[in-house]
Structures are given as C-alpha cells and as structure tokens.
Design a binder for this molecule. Structure first.
Ligand SMILES: [Zn+2]
Length: 244
C-alpha cells in the first residue's frame, strides 16, 4: 500500500475508533509500532479501558454496572465500547429505579443502553445530547421477557403505535421495517413500564424523560417531565431517554 493511502487508512481508523469508543483511537496509535499489531491493539485497548474505569471518577463520571441481577447493561458491547459512563447522581437514580422495579415487580431487570463517554463533553454519537454524563437510554420492559430486548442491541425493536409525525423521504425516524419484521412480536410490559415512568417522573433528580407519546398514552401516565422527543429526532418507542 502507498504511504499516503496507509496514513489515510490509519487516520480513518483512529477517527472511527475515537467516535465509537473515545479511547480506541489512542489505543490504535499506541499499537502501531508493534509487529503483532492486533495483539498489541487488544492489549493497549484493555489497558486504556481499565485506566478510564479508574480515572473517570476524578472527572465526575462513573461506570454503570455491566453485569447484575436487577440492573445491568443490555449488551456487554456498551461496556466494552466505553459507552456506559454517567454522573454519580444519574448512577444512583438508575440504581434506585432498578431497586424499586425489583421490589414492586419481583424478577424485574432494568437494562441500560447508551449513556456517555468517560471523559470530556463530546457527544456520544449518534445521540447528540449524550455529552455530559447526565443522559441515559433505558431499554423498554417487555411482557414475560425479563432481562431481554426485542432487538440484539436494545434499539430499533419498536413498540409501534400511532404517530402524528409526517412521513418524510429523509429523517432520523428510521422504521427498520425489515429488522422489525424479523423480530418477535412481544407486547410491552404495561405494569412495569407504568411503574418505571411514574417513578422516574416523580423523582426530583429527573429533568425530563423522552418517549414516543403513544406509550405513556396507552399506559395512562402523564407528567410534565414526560415529553415527546419531536418528529425530527429518532423514534423513541424502542427505548426511554432519561436525563437529569
Ligand atoms: Zn438518549
């Protein structure tokens, strides 16, 4: 490969890994001098992952639990990619929610999706607002499926319902029709969803909750903090967006 093409290739890899994991780009650069590059990349990434886990609290971010009975990451990917960092207040709010869910509906498992990166206020793409550790996406609760999501990563498995949003030829409201046709047709767990939304809305630490309006409407839950994300943002009937 030509030297310029090689540099561009490395540049793109560093950019992509930085955008996806924050620390991956640095790991790539550190691994470059080694002859066994992929082994070195794995080792430097693991080392930086542990360093981020240890140092993030000094900058006001803590990691959400990756594993656990009543609260855990929906997929280890969110943890492996460093996308599970929040402020200590959001961690305690999430822990309290999970404990409340497990008490009121035994066997409940609260699953976390994308949160934030360990350092800086750079947004965690594609969520432009997930930039300060005060935002977290939670998986929906599905009937008779504790600890499980409709789709492999939690997102894009919709609890479809009526919407007033116009169909545009290009917007962020992806319907993922092919994927959803292949996913199981589970109904939402109405009692659990209602308990979770009510608990979060009534907690003074919660700033707002974004969700597709047909979900709280069907559950007969209304609160000024429960809002519609708007027609220009991605669909929110595959997750709950929680922010302080
Ligand atoms: Zn969100």
């Amino acid at each position: 490969m030509r030297p310029t093409a090689k540099i561009i290739g490395h540049g793109l890899a560093v950019l992509a890994l930085t955008l996806i994991t924050q620390i991956g780009g640095v790991a790539w650069l550190l691994a470059l001098p080694f002859r066994r590059f992929w082994l070195a990349l794995t080792a430097t990434y693991a080392l930086l992952w542990l360093t981020a886990f240890t140092l993030a609290p000094l900058t006001g971010r803590v990691a959400l639990p990756c594993f656990g009975d009543s609260l855990r990451s929906q997929s280890v990917l969110y943890c492996a990619l460093n996308r599970h960092y929040v402020t200590p207040t959001l961690l305690t709010l999430t822990t309290d929610l999970a404990a409340h869910m497990a008490t009121t509906h035994p066997g409940s498992v609260t699953l976390t999706l994308d949160a934030g990166f360990p350092f800086t206020n750079l947004p965690l793409l594609p969520h432009l607002s997930h930039d300060d550790g005060e935002k977290l996406d939670l998986a929906l609760y599905w009937e008779n499926q504790p600890g499980r999501s409709k789709s492999p990563i939690g997102y894009w498995g919709y609890a479809s319902g009526p919407t007033n949003c116009p169909t545009r030829w290009a917007d962020l409201r992806w319907d993922m029709a092919l994927l959803n046709a292949a996913l199981p047709n589970w109904p939402l767990d109405a009692p659990r969803m209602k308990t979770a939304l009510t608990f979060l809305a009534n907690d003074p630490r919660t700033g707002k909750i974004l969700i597709e309006p047909h979900i709280p409407a069907a559950l007969a839950v209304a609160h000024p903090k429960i809002r519609f994300q708007g027609c220009r943002a991605a669909r929110h009937d595959d997750h709950i967006h929680l922010q302080l």
